[in-house]
Design a protein around this ligand. Structure first.
Ligand SMILES: [Zn+2]
Length: 123
């Protein structure tokens, strides 16, 4: 599909982006991974008063919330490379959940860009 990169200086550029839809089992695996990280963190914090009063329930709830968030994230952006609209340096974008607009930062000039589907910016 077509994506549009726009900079804070109102420059825009259309690029081709590849999306990947995760299967049910891949999404479930990602969801359990984040749940495991949160609950492992919770167990590590458990013997540490007084921060465990906040971290234990916080990580317990965060694990559940992130589990459902990850489980619903089925559309992923394939890694892509493009050039900076300001300095022409190469910008790469890693494999990540496609939740537009995605923000990109040029490693060379530090300008911020947003990547969104082209259709959405028309209206
Ligand atoms: Zn740049």
């Amino acid at each position: 599909m077509r994506g549009l990169i726009s900079s804070s200086t109102a420059k825009t550029k259309a690029i081709e982006i590849q999306l990947k839809e995760l299967s049910e089992s891949e999404a479930r695996k990602n969801a359990f991974k984040i749940l495991g990280i949160c609950w492992l963190g919770m167990l590590i914090m458990l013997p540490l008063p007084p921060i465990h009063w906040v971290s234990t329930p916080g990580l317990f709830i965060a694990g559940i919330v992130l589990f459902f968030k990850k489980y619903r994230e089925r559309i992923y952006l394939e890694p892509l490379k493009t050039v900076c609209l300001e300095c022409n340096a190469e910008i790469s974008c890693k494999f990540q959940a496609f939740t537009p607009p995605i923000s990109l930062v040029c490693p060379s000039c530090r300008y911020n860009f947003t990547l969104a589907p082209e259709e959405k910016t028309a209206g």
